[in-house]
Design a binder for this molecule. Structure first.
Ligand SMILES: [Mn+2]
Length: 318
């Protein structure tokens, strides 16, 4: 298969200053890719800048170099490199400096990628952008222990620790290659995937203990009220993933989470197993998403909203 790896390596080799751009609301994959380039290129004498419009989430701050991410402060850079960005807007405020730079590379794995660079390497069959970055750095001979650590985190993050349907044999081959380096794989999996602050554990405990089941256990529903956040010192940003526990219960086909944003204003998340299309369900309320994970917003009284959600699920479970 023809790729641009050699061209990308050559372009990186000839640059003195490289600016790496992450996408907004950075996830483990985009952060890992940027750090892998930083860790590979700095020892070669290059000046590497790391850019993220939004702060690096707490869970990834254990990674050395995660404190180096900032906002683009110059008008342009000698070489700009975007990682895991499906289009230029995904860089947020970094977009201007990226597009003003004379040399631009984009490495991405989104099906919906819209080209915005001079050299694009887009592989939509890669479960993580870190898989592509791994192949490039491997070809260049730039993989070291610390580069391997970053890339491993990227693959674990975007494959849901090898559990998402996007995971391929190549994801495992790449993980195996990276584990040949001196990295603590179980610790990286724990920190990327399982570790949670005590306040989030308290929120999870509280909300799951009030989980409700309907229709012989085919539908589950959890609720985040303002009091749950207040009494555990959490915010709606801490609800991530808690709904998965309500879906994992055997027999549950549809899980809802109803999260109070303001008075009579709720953010709804929908997760489904095999029979119901979550995006189709969310679309009836003006929302959207993917087949197994979607969301929408609803206004009204809590019990009315629950009734509407249950009806929408029942219509699709017949
Ligand atoms: Mn990604």
């Amino acid at each position: 298969m023809k790729n641009n790896y050699a061209k990308i390596i050559e372009t990186l080799e000839s640059a003195r200053e490289i600016a790496v751009f992450c996408h907004t609301s950075p996830d483990g994959d985009t952060i890992a890719c940027a750090l892998a380039f930083y860790r590979a290129l700095t020892p070669l004498g290059k000046t590497v800048h790391l850019f993220s419009e939004d702060p690096i989430p707490e869970k990834y701050r254990f990674l050395e170099g995660s404190e180096l991410f900032g906002k683009a402060d110059k008008k342009h850079y000698e070489l700009a490199l975007a990682v895991d960005c499906s289009d230029a807007d995904r860089m947020g405020g970094g977009k201007r400096a990226f597009l003003a730079s004379p040399k631009r590379i984009a490495i991405d794995h989104h099906k919906s990628h819209t080209p915005f660079a001079h050299i694009s390497q887009v592989e939509s069959d890669a479960a993580a952008c870190a898989e592509i970055v791994c192949r490039i750095l491997r070809q260049a001979g730039w993989v070291t222990d610390s580069v391997a650590e970053a890339l491993f985190v990227g693959v674990v993050a975007d494959t849901g620790c090898f559990q998402f349907s996007s995971t391929t044999a190549e994801s495992h081959r790449i993980a195996a290659f990276l584990m040949e380096y001196d990295i603590d794989a179980p610790q990286l999996v724990y920190k990327t995937f399982r570790r949670m602050p005590e306040r989030v554990f308290n929120l999870k405990k509280r909300v799951l203990s009030a989980c409700r089941f309907f229709d012989e256990g085919k539908i589950s529903l959890i609720t985040f009220r303002q009091a749950d956040f207040d009494e555990t010192g959490t915010t709606s940003a801490d609800t991530d993933g808690i709904i998965d526990a309500a879906l994992e219960v055997a027999g549950v086909e549809v899980a809802f989470s109803v999260s109070e944003v303001a008075d009579k204003n709720f953010k709804i998340s929908v997760r489904t197993k095999d029979y119901v299309d979550a995006s189709d369900l969310a679309a009836t309320f003006g929302g959207g998403g993917h087949a197994r994970a979607a969301g929408c917003r609803l206004n009204g009284f809590y019990e009315d909203i629950v009734d509407k959600l249950l009806k929408a699920a029942r219509d699709r479970l017949l």
